[in-house]
Design a protein around this ligand. Structure first.
Ligand SMILES: [Zn+2]
Length: 603
């Protein structure tokens, strides 16, 4: 187990030594081929017989041994009952024991309006909301005050989501030891610290638990060292507290660049904008890891890496993420100082300049959705936008896709977020791909993800389920509904509208409210698999003739090229891909002709 701990701190020279040792050892006792990863489909590329084979195999062994992805049967259970963990420490109980999360079912304009007003008056923490419900975290002491502001129809239209919030928080951390509850004086503000010793089970470590940034960052560096042909770490910028915002850049470039090459098509996948949404960070890591290790082994992923540069950013908000690990598990914003000394933090997903909206939060830095006093006051949002612009203007990149992972509520959301009264120019294409993304998830794990405009996802609208027609009447109706919180200033809208990224989505991952942000770690792998399939489908769609490859449409042109009959073709292929994975045991399926045959046979 000590090996595991040490590997996180490997320097490049030590890593080289480790690799050399393994390669040398392998010449005495040949290493067994690495077991196939669960996500790998059947298209194995021919193996090299040159000297790099040993390095590749040694690398596989390291990866498989240290960070092997768990098997399905061990990880697909969402239920956390039976956990080895026991009761939370008194520090957690003292901090969160008096809180609960209530779900209100919304059925009328009056109810939505009253609830939105009460939320603003009482500065309540809105966890999540859909077209049907609103989840609010609050102190038990505040419940009477809240109910006193609500109409009688809502008095009994609420249910508690978790019966023991402190326990759920405790169980969201890795198997760790909480330090003595009476810390040294200088650390009195820190209620606990995680012990990062690995679990006793020597396999599946990295994706078996959520990981702190102190583990993620060296893990990223190690992957860069192990896969130098297609992996680099880039820094998106510096956070408010002075930390790097690290990202993987995964791609391969032509070695012969005598002539100026076209801008490199780039797809950006981000997570962790909201600190407490840990599943977004783990899912970005899972997808990045899957891409990295599938390169050269899986034909479909290899093609995607050859055709695009992929940017994976696991923690857009590193200060906030660390704060959730060391201080407050439920922290959402970044950690910058505001005009109010005791209310730190700007909501990064309200900070972007496009349709920035401070109306409901400008005077209240204590709000969980505080947009700052000016557009791009949120440091990490500004750095991310500057990085993206610089890539586009100075680094020969063209960002063609943006996926912003959040949680929870299981939804695929497309622009615009700021308003339902403005439809994006390429609405038809956005909806088409969104439906495909949701289906890619459904055929992976059977999980249902809703598809809707981000504006509808952020407004309590009981009619929204049947208002997809976008008729003027519907728009007028929707404009009357009160928002639970502002939808302006989102990264989604900024990338779509300002940076002209034709395909931009916000993906809200698991679950639908059983645990919310405190999703048990057993969900990391199944959710990661969903995210992986979604990202793969996204890339393959952009490669197809419906997407950018055909005409490089701008935002205004994109709506012109939708061809519904081609959607079925795409969906058909996706189904077969997944079926192959299920059937892959004992089968050798390594040629395109076989794949094509199977595809036709199913029709
Ligand atoms: Zn979020």
């Amino acid at each position: 187990m000590r090996l595991f701990s040490n590997l996180f701190a490997l320097s490049p020279s030590l890593l080289l030594w480790t690799l050399t040792t393994l390669v040398n050892a392998s010449s005495i006792t040949p290493l067994q081929p690495a077991p196939q990863l669960p996500f790998q489909v059947s298209h194995q590329l021919p193996r090299d017989d040159d000297a790099s084979t040993w390095l590749s195999r040694a690398r596989d062994v390291i990866i498989q041994t240290i960070w092997r992805i768990p098997s399905d049967h061990a990880t697909s259970n969402i239920n956390c009952k039976g956990s080895k963990k026991t009761r939370p420490p008194s520090t957690l109980v003292a901090r969160y024991g008096g809180d609960l999360v209530l779900r209100f079912d919304i059925n009328s304009i009056e109810e939505a309006k009253a609830l939105a007003e009460a939320i603003n008056v009482l500065f309540l923490d809105v966890w999540e909301f859909t077209t049907e419900w609103v989840d609010i975290r609050l102190s038990k002491d505040v419940v009477p005050s809240l109910l006193g502001l609500l109409p009688s129809s809502l008095q009994n239209a609420h249910t508690p989501l978790m019966h023991d919030l402190a326990q759920a928080i405790f169980e969201s951390y890795p198997s760790l030891t909480f330090v003595d509850p009476t810390p040294p004086a200088q650390e009195a503000s820190r209620p606990f610290s995680p012990d990062l010793r690995p679990s006793r089970d020597e396999t599946n470590i990295f994706f078996r638990e959520y990981q702190p940034l102190s583990v993620i960052a060296p893990w990223m560096r190690l992957l860069q060292s192990l896969f130098p042909t297609h992996v680099r770490i880039v820094n998106i910028g510096m956070s408010y507290e002075g930390r790097d915002i690290p990202a993987f850049r995964i791609g391969v470039h032509p070695t012969n660049d005598d002539k100026p090459s076209e801008p490199r098509k780039t797809i950006v996948v981000a997570g962790g904008s909201h600190a407490r949404e840990w599943i977004s960070t783990s899912s970005v890591n899972y997808v990045a890891y899957s891409f990295i290790t599938a390169y050269g082994k899986d034909r479909a992923i290899t093609k995607l890496i050859e055709k695009f540069d992929w940017i994976f950013i696991p923690t857009l908000n590193p200060d906030g993420y660390i704060y959730t690990w060391e201080n407050d598990r439920l922290w959402r914003k970044n950690r910058q100082q505001t005009s109010l000394r005791f209310c730190k933090g700007v909501d990064l997903d309200r900070s972007y300049s496009f349709e920035w909206d401070s109306d409901s939060t400008k005077s209240n830095p204590c709000s969980e959705s505080f947009a700052g006093d000016d557009p791009f006051e949120g440091v990490e949002a500004r750095r991310f936008a500057n990085w993206a612009r610089n890539e586009t203007e100075n680094n020969n990149a063209k960002i063609v896709g943006f996926l912003d992972f959040h949680s929870y509520s299981q939804q695929v959301l497309y622009p615009y977020s700021f308003s339902c009264t403005s439809s994006p120019p390429s609405l038809e294409n956005l909806e088409e791909l969104a439906i495909g993304l949701a289906k890619a998830i459904r055929v992976t794990n059977g999980e249902i993800y809703g598809v809707t405009s981000a504006c509808e996802g952020s407004v309590a609208v009981s009619h929204a389920r049947d208002c997809r027609s976008k008729s003027e009447k519907t728009k007028d109706e929707k404009s009357l509904w009160p928002r639970m919180e502002t939808g302006g200033g989102s990264a989604l809208d900024w990338f779509y509208h300002e940076l002209k990224v034709s395909y931009a989505y916000q993906i809200k991952l698991r679950d639908t409210g059983s645990y919310g942000f405190l999703l048990p770690s057993k969900n990391i792998v199944p959710t990661g698999r969903e995210a992986f399939r979604l990202v793969q489908y996204f890339g393959e769609y952009l490669l197809g003739d419906k997407g950018i490859e055909k005409s490089e449409p701008g935002v205004n042109e994109a709506a012109e090229i939708s061809k519904p009959e081609q959607v079925e073709e795409k969906v058909e292929e996706e189904w077969v891909m997944v079926d192959e994975e299920v059937e892959e045991d004992g089968e050798e399926q390594d040629d395109t002709a076989n794949f094509e045959l199977r595809r036709r046979r199913r029709r």
